[in-house]
Design a protein. Structure first.
Length: 263
């Protein structure tokens, strides 16, 4: 298993002002030519992963191959992990792992499922993979990225958010060990919540918990959310590191963060 540490945010970091994170939709040229977006799609009735430029141009399609089960459904947005893409799959629950060029594919079935509806999303933190149940999650479930064995000691209790996590559609850990979750059930407004990883008292059964430090509705988002990422993107002269994608298409909804070093 990968090395883990309970160290959390750097000392002195103030809680982020999530309400001040604003979308940037300028007409200016976007400086992000080196970035590629990977999103689940369907091609010829088969699940696939579409590779897209920032403007939405499809650069290629990656199809699952053996040993990925042909019956696998419910693909989520991938996370980059040690040179591979880890694509969460809900049925059967597991991870489709592949290189960005589609080679070196493998299938990691989840060994234990303490809750239903896991692996609609996944994120990498503490050298582990994390996921949660989609609807009203209360715990982040930790998995060994090599074996996908559940590691209950490293589960993280998720504190309440002022806005409901009705259906989590994506999650990402930030450089300062915060967790961002986007949620939204069909026909309901989407939301963005930010959680800080904090150390639990020594007598607690787990080393870490996640405390919500801010949340905001996402009226800017149309369509169902399909992905969430932190990328170094400039839109004109504005730095916009946070990006949310939806079924409404490209470009991504890119957000300015007033103090990006605090993200």
């Amino acid at each position: 298993m990968a090395h883990t540490s309970t160290q959390h945010q750097s000392p002195g970091l103030a809680p982020p002002d999530v309400a001040a994170w604003t979308e940037v939709r300028a007409e200016a040229t976007t400086s992000c030519e080196h970035l590629c977006w990977y999103l689940p799609t369907t091609a010829g009735g088969r699940p696939a992963l579409g590779a897209h430029a920032h403007d939405g141009e499809q650069l290629g399609l990656l199809h699952p191959t053996a040993p990925v089960p042909a019956s696998a459904t419910g693909y989520g947005a991938p996370v980059s992990h040690r040179g591979h893409l880890d694509v969460p799959v809900t049925g059967p629950a597991g991870i489709w792992r592949l290189r960005p060029d589609g080679t070196d594919q493998s299938w990691l079935p989840a060994r234990e499922l303490p809750e239903a509806d896991l692996f609609t999303w996944c994120g990498s933190q503490l050298g582990l993979l994390y996921t949660s149940t989609a609807c009203h999650p209360r715990t982040l479930r930790a998995y060994d990225p090599s074996t996908l064995a559940h590691l209950p000691y490293w589960d993280i209790d998720l504190g309440p958010s002022p806005l409901p996590l009705t259906r989590v559609r994506g999650g990402v850990f930030t450089p300062n060990r915060r967790l961002l979750l986007v949620s939204g059930a069909p026909g309901e407004p989407s939301t963005l919540s930010c959680f800080d990883l904090v150390q639990n008292p020594r007598h607690h059964r787990r080393p870490l918990s996640a405390r919500c430090s801010g949340a905001r509705p996402l009226p800017e988002i149309t369509g169902e959310i399909t992905g969430l990422a932190i990328r170094p993107v400039w839109i004109g002269d504005t730095y916009a590191p946070l990006h949310i994608l939806s079924t409404a298409g490209f470009p991504a909804h890119s957000f300015r963060v007033p103090d990006p070093d605090n993200l």
